[in-house]
Design a protein. Sequence first.
Length: 308
Amino acid sequence: MLNILQQIYIDGFEEDGVSYAEYFCNQNKENVVVFPQAKPVSAGYVIPRKLSNGQECAYFSAIATLKSERGKGNASSLINQMLKKAQSEGFPFAVLSPFDSNFYLRYGFFTTQYYIVENIIGNEFAEILPVTDSDISKIELLFNPSAIRLAFNKDYVSKLISETSQYGAKPFKAIKNGEVVAFFVKENKKLSRVVQKENALSKILSLNGYSYKRPALCGEAFIQVRILSLPGFLAFIKPIKQFSITVKINDSILTDNTGCWNISSDGVNIKAAKCNNSDYVVDIDNLVDFFEKNNLIQPFTTQFIDEY
């Protein structure tokens, strides 16, 4: 089975290379979901990921199909299967980093964070050096604590350096005027996980990269979220005021969410209970947008600890 998973992953993510496929599949083999079961042609991973409040969500990763089996509905069946598995395991919502901004919308996902792809060319820094243990505190200070990874800290950086080294990627720091101003990981011919001081990393190497400085509502989708359990998900939403509304929610995949709900808030928490009729009709992927447009909740962001 492991060999089949590695081939699916290599087929689906050629740019990551064989060594990363082997590493990833071995690290996460207990979390794999495959379709169909008899002879897997599609695979994905439902990985528990700790949130900034200590609870967990389901992280959907490495969803791929063999090239010879694409266009036959295998990926759709797999994603539906992954959603049902994550819901059955009690996760309030699922998150993923999409390869395409629009692909997962059809499965009820909605976008919570965006990023801008940067073309990083040239070299304006005095030095670009490998990262050492003594740099970890300096790297931690680069990260904006109000951004997506609230738990980007020494432990996270240490783990990232250790894990990326196992599959051949190399962590680097950029020095300008004697100060560490950026951290990035070089994977084959691309940069990733770029953490930088504001305006510090406009040019590094003749490589394409992307930044974790991700302005909202700008660029491509970086994080997409799928509600699995409406009552469980609402525990993560912060209300602006007290309210009580009735909404008919449509969810074509996870039918437990479908029906009329009374959604109410005491100004601190939000709860949901089934009811008999409704004033509004909303698809599951538009629910957060509906709340925000009606000025009922604070903007929702996904603050999970690590990507893999």
